[in-house]
Design a protein around this ligand. Structure first.
Ligand code: 86X
Length: 687
């Protein structure tokens, strides 16, 4: 055989005809059997003429890839061999291969279209055409091949065909189409799921539908079968934990301690403070039964805990040495509202902290009111990157049971609605009088305590989503994101292990740098699917790492909020914490610039209504009269153009009198009633 091979290679063997093919097979002692038939042009016709012959009909494809490599593929007629999969198997990508030009084929293989066959490889002396073999071929007994012409078919044992290949000095590559197809199918199914998973409603076109999609598909909320109640999934709860961590630490520095009071309240305790309860009564949820038996007295579920905590305050406070008393609790409360519920923003049960403090003097209480308000502003601005406006509530909008209410207010740029973010009340001595909370001062005189209360709820998470989310899903500010950097390896077959290993190393290094980093190693999803998924989830930074990055020792970073792409050398991963901080600051800076543009000054009713309908907040000089405020509410509702699909109430109300404002000049008048202005007040339609 050695001798024959050498002779053939020296003489440059050519197989142009059936006779030459058969002669070669004969010289190699390979048994074969050729049948003649009319010219066949397609595999289908081939199958018909060979119907009676045992052996597998082979289809042959002449192919070229984008790098100008040429291939001959021999596959079982029943194997699906789409170019898309072929391209992937060859490592040139799904669109990397196509049919080779017929002229080139004739030149290289000396065979005409329609008669392509693997015997023709004998004519390609320089191995310009690489030979690809469908794995399925290797498991059949015998093959049916054209002996250079398509008016005949030769049956030859598969083992003998391989012997032929050895003889002509041919190597071949085995391709497994079936396995690749399965994987492809899986990925296509998943790709379809991306469409289902992706956000289908643009934020601008329907904010409330967009919001529902973002919070459910972004993994924050699961809907529940009690109206107004929602499941907070870990992706949302972890944000709450970040808020808790910061605020809890901050108030502990002020000497506040945590405690826990029961969630149930007797009717008697609840109605101790009449002013306080009056307007709220319809919202109180009651437990009236245990099993089938009516309770002797129904008990209420806390809507807030003044009436639960203050009887205890009364017992605990005796002398000035018991003051200040500063308690906080993290808990749930229930308010059975009948307005349209929205996850986070208006829910029947929600999580919050409620701080309740008691002081000997008004001055101490007043200082704390503002300290707490600053801490609230910091939660919103420094953690959630949501800009807020600090100020004092009008008499009509303040907590009725209290002395005065300070608040932080923000708004939702997309619909222009204002939203109350947190409140810090000075309760004065109203509650201490009702609940009998007093101490003996240094002169032995009975003094009622000065009290504050303050609360921040899970609404904050919803406001953050509304501000920063976009048409691709959530956008989480780095400081609250459960995952700050998601590493997506982009492996190819060749470098699979190296790419995965290095990706894991990158995650470890980031973790050491204090970054909350994670890797998406799932092998049943495309990198493209993963990109969409993590964009939906709002992860601030995506780190892509593939074979090219492996080579050039770098990573690709994509910033979620503005889609910026950065290439970073592997040696500079330590810059990522800074990058995250920059993202945080920039998200806030942008948001702040936006709200500043949307707070418009007005001095006349017409300007006021125009800006209101432009979805802006309006700052006006104001007389601070309840009656004036009531009229503005009514008039603005009547004159409002209600936009369809929006739940705008139409009416404008006061949000707060911002602490930061230009002084009122002596001649300034109320924008509405014309009386002397005393303060500037911020107005808006609100949630
Ligand atoms: C007002 C006042 C205050 C402690 C806070 O804003 C911060 C934390 N509480 C809460 N408020 C109620 O007093 C109230 C009472 C009843 Cl009975 C109700 F059903 C609903 C309520 N909503 C608010």
């Amino acid at each position: 055989m050695n001798i024959i091979f050498r002779r053939l290679s020296m003489e440059k063997l050519h197989l142009r005809t059936r006779q030459e093919v058969e002669a070669l097979l004969g010289s190699l002692s390979i048994p074969f059997n050729t049948i003649e038939h009319p010219e066949i042009k397609t595999v289908k016709e081939g199958l018909e003429v060979c119907a009676g012959v045992s052996g597998a009909f082979v289809k042959n494809l002449y192919i070229k890839d984008k790098k100008d490599n040429y291939y001959l593929l021999s596959a079982l007629h029943s194997t699906e061999t789409p170019y898309k999969i072929l391209g992937k198997l060859l490592g040139v990508g799904a669109s990397g291969v196509r049919a080779g030009p017929p002229e080139k084929m004739q030149e290289q293989l000396l065979v005409v279209p329609g008669a392509v066959n693997p015997f023709s490889l004998a004519n390609d002396h320089g191995n310009a055409v690489k030979f690809l073999v469908d794995k399925n071929i290797l498991s059949v007994e015998s093959l049916l091949l054209h002996p250079m012409i398509n008016t005949a078919t030769t049956k030859i044992a598969t083992a003998d065909f391989l012997k032929f290949l050895t003889h002509i000095g041919r190597e071949y590559k085995v391709l497994d189409f079936t396995e690749e197809k399965e994987e492809e199918k899986k990925k296509e199914e998943v790709a379809e799921e991306v469409n289902i998973l992706g956000i289908s409603v643009p934020k601008e076109s329907n904010l409330s539908d967009w919001y529902s999609e973002v919070i459910t598909k972004g993994g924050m909320i699961e809907y529940y079968d009690v109206s107004g109640c929602y499941i907070l999934r870990p992706w949302a709860y972890m944000i709450w934990e970040e808020i808790q961590k910061k605020f809890d630490g901050d108030i502990k520095k002020l000497g506040v301690r945590n405690s826990y009071f029961p969630m149930f309240v007797s009717e008697k305790a609840l109605s101790t403070e009449k002013n306080h309860i009056e307007g709220f009564a319809p919202e109180v949820a009651w437990v009236t039964k245990s099993g089938n038996t009516d309770l002797e007295k129904p008990i209420a579920i806390r809507p807030t805990s003044e009436t639960i905590m203050y009887p205890a305050f009364s017992k605990w406070i005796r002398s000035h040495r018991d003051l200040p008393l500063k308690l906080n609790q993290w808990c749930n409360v229930v308010r059975w509202e009948f307005k349209h519920p929205t996850p986070f923003l208006r829910t029947r049960e929600f999580l919050w902290q409620e701080g309740h403090t008691a002081f000997a003097t008004y001055e101490e209480a007043a200082v704390e009111v503002r300290q707490i308000l600053d801490l609230y502003a910091s939660v919103y601005e420094d953690l959630l990157a949501v800009p807020v406006i600090k100020g004092q509530k009008s008499e009509l909008e303040k907590f009725a049971g209290g002395f005065y209410t300070t608040t932080i207010e923000s708004f939702i740029p997309t619909n222009g609605k204002a939203i109350q973010c947190a409140t810090s009340h000075c309760l004065g001595q109203n509650f201490s009088n009702m609940f009998d909370i007093w101490f003996e001062d240094l002169k032995g005189k009975k003094q009622y305590v000065w009290q504050n209360s303050w609360g921040l709820t899970t609404r904050s998470i919803g406001v953050m989503v509304m501000w920063h989310g976009d048409d691709k899903g959530l956008v989480l500010p780095p400081r609250v994101a459960a995952t700050q950097v998601i590493v997506v390896p982009i492996p190819n077959k060749k470098d699979l292990n190296q790419v995965m290993e290095k990706s894991r190393e990158i995650v470890d290094e980031l973790k050491k740098l204090g970054v909350r980093a994670d890797i998406d190693e799932r092998d049943n999803y495309h990198p493209g699917w993963k990109f969409n998924h993590w964009e939906l989830m709002g992860v601030p930074l995506r780190l892509e790492f593939g074979p090219k990055d492996l080579q050039s020792k770098q990573v690709k970073l994509v910033t979620r909020y503005n889609k910026t792409v950065t290439v970073l050398p592997l040696t500079e991963l330590s810059k990522i914490p800074e990058m995250l901080e920059d993202i945080q600051k920039e998200m806030f800076r942008n948001a702040k610039a936006l709200i500043e543009k949307r707070v418009i000054k007005a001095t006349t009713w017409d300007e006021f209504m125009k800006e209101l309908n432009q979805k802006n907040l309006i700052l006006t000089p104001w007389c601070q009269q309840n009656s004036c405020e009531e009229t503005v509410k009514k008039r603005s509702a009547e004159e409002s153009k209600l936009e369809e699909g929006d739940h705008l109430t139409g009416a404008a109300k006061t949000l707060c009198m911002p602490f930061e404002q230009e002084p009122i000049l002596p001649e300034e008048k109320c924008f509405h009633c014309g009386l002397a202005a005393t303060r500037r007040v911020l107005w808006g339609r609100s949630y």
